[in-house]
Design a protein around this ligand. Sequence first.
Ligand SMILES: [Zn+2]
Length: 167
Amino acid sequence: MRIKEPKKRDAEFEAWENSIAGVLNDLKIWGATDDEEGKIIIAKTLLRLPCKIRRRILDSEVVFILIDAEGMADTLTFSKVVSKEDVETIGDNYCITIRQPVIFLRFRPKEKESSKMDLIAHEIAHHIAGRSLIRHRLKGGYNIGEKKADDLVMSWGFKRCYKSYKL
Ligand SMILES: [Zn+2]
């Protein structure tokens, strides 16, 4: 993760921040980072989200992990500021628990760009909606977690990922 220098929030900066280049600069991504096309599709998806949601995702909340078809072995390296309350003292040692939301993405070969974007938006919706929308949450034979995530992506202008929520 890159530590950002404070930047002047002028119109020019805001235009850049809301461009593909600006989003790619702020995007936290691991895995198949040589997959330029995959990264650009994530950036394009973020640019179609409401600005507030995009900033929440980019301002440190979520790390995207792009997995290639063969799987992935990699090292996650990042800096994160933690508060004193996050540090537990055990004798002479310290223990820190880091909670970092991640979104794993593995696209099917030849999957259309638009359906990749729908899928990315769907996973972001799970994150934004929080614990109440965790997948597989069931009610009356329906997967309401998936339905609510899809309702959210619809409100952002993407297509639903599910045709039916009945189990
Ligand atoms: Zn889902």
